[in-house]
Design a protein around this ligand. Structure first.
Ligand code: BDR
Ligand code: CA
Length: 313
């Protein structure tokens, strides 16, 4: 079965690895890439997404999305993690093609109306485009099959603050809207992505198996690996954004926990994803909140091999 997806992204090195994983999978049809601010400003995110399509020789729409959080000033960016260019400062050539004239949110709504009940939105950046799409089309949850996100930290600490993960922290108000919508939401947060560090050998194997796409991931992740290896005994990095795609293809790789979810928007706890597992509270503040499925365990060897095998195709 082929899964139709829209990949909402802020490339970003782990975004690039995830985008190529989706392109390589014979069971995924990527309808388009929708970009959002996050790791880098949105104009750079859109250009980077287009550059990745061109490198992979994939001709699909690439849209530019929201550049600001739903509430508050422009965000700070993660150049210290992903480099000045979002690709680990590798001087990758600028794309030649054009960004689609539709906004990311318009594209999501248009595709959802065209393929009702068929599309999974895989969102691996802040959630502003999805929140805006919900405003443009309040019936969107009925038109979308599921939403798989990389974001949040349910039962583990955050990576921006002690309680918040970057994608949710970057646009907590948008995340609050997305988590409150009545759709199937599967969350892949730091609970699983920080549980699986990848050594440099992993990207070397990707490069051997797939010199163009794996080669790009290997080269761009050197800067990223330096960041993630600070204070560690050995070199490592994390490929957060590929997890929600892996789930789409093989849910048996993960253990999921169902719970009622809320997103904090207050200053101190901004972006906290608070999950009340089913049956743990009778408080209406929680029982009336939407239910989400949170990944709490991942099969390390099988997921690693799955990435390698898919890059090798
Ligand atoms: C998330 O934040 C970004 O830096 C990564 O691309 C990933 O989506 C991890 O917290
Ligand atoms: Ca990302």
């Amino acid at each position: 079965m082929t899964h139709k997806i829209i990949l909402d992204t802020d490339p970003g090195i782990d975004d690039a690895m995830a985008i190529f994983f989706a392109f390589q999978s014979p069971d995924i049809e990527v309808l388009g890439l929708t970009s959002v601010f996050g790791n880098v400003p949105v104009t750079m995110a859109a250009q980077n997404a287009l550059a990745l399509c061109e490198l992979a020789n994939i001709d699909i729409p690439v849209c530019k999305g929201v550049g600001m959080p739903w509430v508050g000033p422009e965000s700070t960016y993660a150049h210290f993690v992903h480099g000045d260019d979002g690709f680990g400062n590798i001087n990758h050539p600028a794309p030649k093609g054009k960004i689609d004239p539709r906004s990311s949110a318009e594209f999501i709504v248009e595709m959802a109306r065209k393929h009702p009940g068929e599309i999974t939105i895989v969102a691996v950046g802040p959630l502003g485009n999805l929140a805006l799409a919900l405003r443009l089309e309040p019936e969107l949850p009925k038109l979308i099959k599921a939403v798989n996100i990389m974001g949040g930290a349910a039962f583990v600490p955050g990576n921006v603050t002690p309680v918040a993960e970057a994608n949710i922290w970057n646009d907590a108000h948008a995340a609050e809207i997305v988590f409150a919508a009545d759709w199937e939401l599967n969350m892949f947060g730091l609970d699983v992505t920080y549980d699986l560090p990848f050594p440099p050998d992993f990207t070397k194997i990707l490069a051997e198996k797939n010199p163009i796409l794996g080669g790009f991931v290997e080269k761009s992740s050197r800067f990223y690996t330096e960041f993630y290896s600070q204070g560690k005994d050995s070199e490592q990095c994390y490929f957060h954004d590929a997890f929600p795609l892996a789930y789409l293809l093989d849910p048996s790789l993960f253990e999921m926990t169902e719970g009622n979810a809320r997103i904090s928007t207050d200053a101190l706890n901004k972006g906290q994803t608070i999950i009340a597992p089913a049956g743990t509270t009778a408080s209406p503040d929680w029982t009336q909140a939407m239910t989400v499925n949170v990944a709490t365990k991942v099969d390390h060897p099988r997921l690693t091999q799955f990435f390698i095998d898919t890059y090798a195709l």
